[in-house]
Design a protein around this ligand. Structure first.
Ligand code: TXA
Ligand code: MG
Length: 317
């Protein structure tokens, strides 16, 4: 069973030995291992049941250290890194040979991010290697935003969970890549696309794919609860039978039991909605219901990323 604690020294010792540690970030908890140690990286894929074609993000604590692993940081990438790191931004950059092919699933780009969490930043500053870390959930399931989420699903597979409390942002990082003169959004996430565009000009959204290994981050079915999830606009959602759970945006649904309802943000605050999204989906999944009905949120700013997660959670695996 995993021990949950906030002892950086313990976390560091396990990582140096090539073992896995769950780490807090501002987005979601990560399942971390030494990115330069192939055995450690392999055990990440095994612990998550993750297919080898789905590459990992490497985490570090400074742009200088990131430059050890990437061959080039284009101008637009640098502008974004200066503005948003540490933060929920992942950049796809040309990799150097020092990064194992296992990390990138054989692609010639590597995903890099500096996470914004004080404990994890301190841990990274004490390590001589970057941490490969996917979200700390079994492949395809909802990402963890609290240490107990990790404990429940991966507790028997890892020795230590570094407890950094609840994740502030609550949805994963925004992933951006650069091809020719274009900036491509591979995954919507914790950053507002408008803010990115105001800094570097227009970006292109990459469409989702069912299985295309060239765009592994864009799998259509992902982030899914075990119970079937159905999506509605506010004016379309009606009470189902007694065995239905409801994920609502700001107001309870009349005519349905409140015990089986969760409100993402009574104040219509999309940041708060993102923060609550995965924890509430897990709570509804654990209730004695046979299906979950969810209301789509306003599709601007962070709402785009929230609706993206809801959409992918509603596609059967
Ligand atoms: O917020 C986050 O990004 C969290 C925290 C732990 O940092 N991590 C995370 O990792 O969400 P993961 O593995 O669950 O999602 C990373 C996504 C994957 O879907 C993967 O396919 C994509 O990033 N990805 C990684 N490297 C890539 C590459 N070279 N090209 C295209 N997509 C890549
Ligand atoms: Mg994930």
């Amino acid at each position: 069973m995993a021990v949950t604690g906030s002892d950086l020294h313990v976390a560091k010792e396990f990582l140096i030995k090539g073992e896995l540690v769950a780490i807090p970030t501002e987005t979601v908890y990560g399942l971390a291992g030494n990115a330069l140690n192939e055995k450690a990286v392999l055990s990440i894929f095994e612990a998550k049941n993750r297919p080898a074609f789905d590459p990992l993000i490497i985490h570090t604590d400074s742009i200088e250290k990131a430059a050890i692993y990437v061959a080039d940081i284009p101008e637009k990438a640098r502008v974004l890194a200066d503005r948003f790191w540490p933060g929920p931004l992942t950049l796809l950059l040309p990799k150097k040979d020092i990064v194992p092919d296992l990390v990138t699933s054989g692609l010639d780009t590597v995903a890099v991010r500096i996470p914004n969490h004080p404990l994890t930043l301190e841990l990274l500053s004490q390590l001589s290697f970057p941490l490969a870390a996917p979200s700390a959930n079994p492949f395809g399931y909802i990402s963890p935003t609290k240490p107990e989420h990790v404990e429940k699903q991966l507790g028997d597979r890892i020795p230590y969970i570094l407890d950094g409390g609840e994740c502030e942002v609550g949805i994963e990082s925004t992933i951006l890549g650069f091809e020719n003169d274009e900036t491509i959004v591979y995954r919507l996430g914790g950053l507002d696309i408008n803010e990115i565009e105001s800094l570097i000009g227009p970006v292109v959204l990459m469409p989702h794919s069912t299985s295309d290994p060239k765009a592994p981050g864009m799998l259509k079915s992902h982030y899914a609860p075990r119970k079937p999830l159905h999506l509605y606009r506010r004016d379309e959602i009606v009470p189902g039978d007694a065995e239905t759970g409801y994920l609502m945006f700001d107001k309870y649904l009349e005519g349905a039991d409140r015990k089986y309802q969760r409100l993402l943000s009574p104040n219509r605050d999309l940041k708060e909605a993102a923060h609550n999204l995965f924890a509430y989906l897990r709570e509804l999944d654990a209730l004695p219901v046979s299906e979950i009905k969810a209301e789509l949120v306003p599709s601007s700013g962070l709402g785009l990323a929230i609706n993206d997660r809801l959409q992918r959670a509603s596609v059967p695996a």
